[in-house]
Design a protein around this ligand. Sequence first.
Ligand SMILES: N[C@@H](CCC(=O)N[C@@H](CS)C(=O)NCC(=O)O)C(=O)O
Length: 207
Amino acid sequence: MMRLRYSPTSPFVRKVMVVALETGLAESIDLVLTNVWEPDTDIQTHNPLGKVPALITEGGEVLYDSPVICEYLDGLHEGVKLFPPTGGARWTALRRQALGDGMMDATVARFLEERRPSGERSEAWAVRQKLVVERALDGLEEEADELSGDMDTMDIGKLTIGVALGYLDLRFAADDWRSGRGRLSDWFNGVNRRPSMTGTAPKDPPA
Ligand SMILES: N[C@@H](CCC(=O)N[C@@H](CS)C(=O)NCC(=O)O)C(=O)O
């Protein structure tokens, strides 16, 4: 068995679990619940960066971060690859993965910032993160026809974008990212119905 250091609300962990389900590997992974914010967490014994996800392979090697773990899992199955091996499709998928990961980084940063005690909170920093996500969403709306054109082919880029949009719904539903972005929201509805997405849907966490 592989082991995954995970937290229930991390979008990066969800991304790994989506890939595990898409590739038929979910049952080969034991989940190890990890709270990276606890003072006595031992996450650093597996990841010096102090973050989840981290994967311990069957051979005992430790892998992070989520792009590396996802590509590793994609090498373990015989089906259609989520990381296109070569050519333009590969670079588009990797760019979209980077975009989705960046949206999640910015959304996590904003969420944490807005939860700081008022004297420590930087409004400007939170606004900066929000703008990052809005620019990314506007770019994705432009790209939505290309995303939708090929609904049967899933890849790491599309899955990461789907998880990033799901995370916005979890943390900042009131911002209503769908407003004025009908094509992106239609595309998301399709992706969000995949068993890998419904099977990993985040539950509203305790505060
Ligand atoms: N680039 C990393 C990001 C992972 C990440 O930011 N994880 C968060 C949870 S959502 C975390 O563990 N944060 C702890 C910290 O920043 O100290 C990946 O793709 O796996």
